[in-house]
Design a binder for this molecule. Structure first.
Ligand code: MG
Length: 380
């Protein structure tokens, strides 16, 4: 079994792309730039592990946006890559990628991984389309484009070969990329077709263009979820991850958080990934009394693993009591934190059924939810 890791270099401190925060953490399509390539690698079946190299002092920022494993990089890109390579264990191959190239098509990963069967190094390239001119001595003298390519990332390597190439590279010299180091170590580097999607974000206009590209490359999906739990004495009442004081609580196999269950099903619905019962069977003793936040986080993780962006969640609780109003803000905050959203992206409503039906007789509480997400590409 060949094990392949992805190393994302996100250690830069510059904010040339604007916004004041380092560009790899700047928002793009509702999530940080770096989150896009993390999701692309995680969604690819050939990638077994994803490690992100961040800068010293960026630990808290990164932990707030991703649960991916991270290591602290160095003063230069080369030192950051070396720190990342050192952190990998039991790996045969590694794809080294720059976080500033957020849109990573699965086909490019396919081509890189396939080419690694025959060579210790592979880079994705695009031919140079523009006319090139020399800017110094012979002003305006054009440069032949034949044989010239734009080199992108991820660059894919045999792991021992790239580790050796990094070790052999002189400490006082910089390198344009990792492929240069492998070549300097006498090893062959092959080229495969890259993608226009992999353009690097450098300037504010690049981010705006990327937003536009993302808007056309994403499809909106909405899906609903519905759940009911029985009201019983001696049970706790958890609603939206908040413990609500009440004379009775909700009974069920887990903590019976009817609100989180409805939202979990709505999110699973957006990617047609079954329902909460198929992921967390009630027959499985490990979910007895379980906090339902983990179900919701799992569903959100599945959406993000497909490159999805959660745009909005709307919840309606259906009960005579307790009154939801006093707890609405806490429930919104709790759901937003579990989903890594702003509270403004979470709506919590409540209604009664005019004392009609099982909710009206206070035998149980019902919840319904709708989630709206964007997923990459046109899905059929
Ligand atoms: Mg339930």
């Amino acid at each position: 079994m060949t094990r392949t890791a992805a190393l994302i270099v996100a250690a830069g401190s510059g904010s040339r792309a604007g916004g004041g925060v380092p560009k790899q953490f700047a928002p793009l399509g509702g999530q940080p730039v770096v989150a896009h390539s993390i999701a692309a690698f995680r969604a690819h079946p050939a990638i077994d592990d994803v490690v992100v190299v961040i800068g010293e002092g960026q630990q808290d920022v990164f932990a707030a946006i991703s649960d991916a494993r991270w290591v602290i990089g160095g003063a230069s890109r080369r030192e950051s890559v070396r720190a990342g390579l050192t952190a990998l264990t039991e790996v045969d191959r590694v794809l080294i990628h720059d976080a500033a190239r957020p849109f990573l098509p699965a086909e490019v990963i396919d081509r890189l991984v396939a080419a690694l069967d025959d060579t210790p190094g592979v880079v994705p390239v695009l031919p140079v389309a523009d006319t090139l001119a020399h800017g110094s001595a012979a002003l305006g003298a054009t440069v032949p484009r034949d044989g010239l390519y734009r080199v992108q990332t991820p660059q894919a390597f045999d792991y021992p070969a790239i580790v050796a190439a990094h070790a052999a590279w002189p400490d006082d010299a910089e390198a344009t990329d990792d492929a240069q180091m492998l070549r300097a170590a006498g090893q062959a580097v092959a080229m495969v077709e890259g993608s226009p999607m992999l353009e690097k974000l450098t300037y504010p206009a690049d981010v705006a263009a990327a937003e536009a590209r993302l808007a056309t490359a994403m499809t909106s999906r909405s899906a609903t979820g519905y759940d009911v739990h029985r009201l019983e004495s001696g049970e706790e009442m958890w609603l939206g991850g908040v413990l609500i004081p009440h004379d009775r609580g909700l009974s069920g196999h887990s903590d019976a958080d009817v609100a989180l269950h409805a939202i979990t099903d709505a999110l699973l619905g957006t990617i047609a990934a079954g329902d909460i019962g198929s992921h967390f069977p009630p027959s499985d003793p490990q979910w007895r009394g379980a906090a339902s936040g983990q179900f919701l986080e799992h569903a959100a993780g599945l959406v993000r693993a497909e490159g999805g962006i959660i745009d909005f969640v709307d919840l309606t609780l259906i009960c005579e009591a307790p009154k939801i109003g006093p707890h609405r803000a806490a429930i919104r905050q709790s759901i937003a934190a579990l989903l890594r959203l702003d509270a403004g992206q979470v709506s919590v409503k409540a209604t009664t059924t005019e004392r009609l039906g099982f909710t009206g007789r206070e035998e149980g509480i019902a919840a319904q939810a709708i989630a709206t997400v964007r997923v990459p590409g046109v899905r059929r």
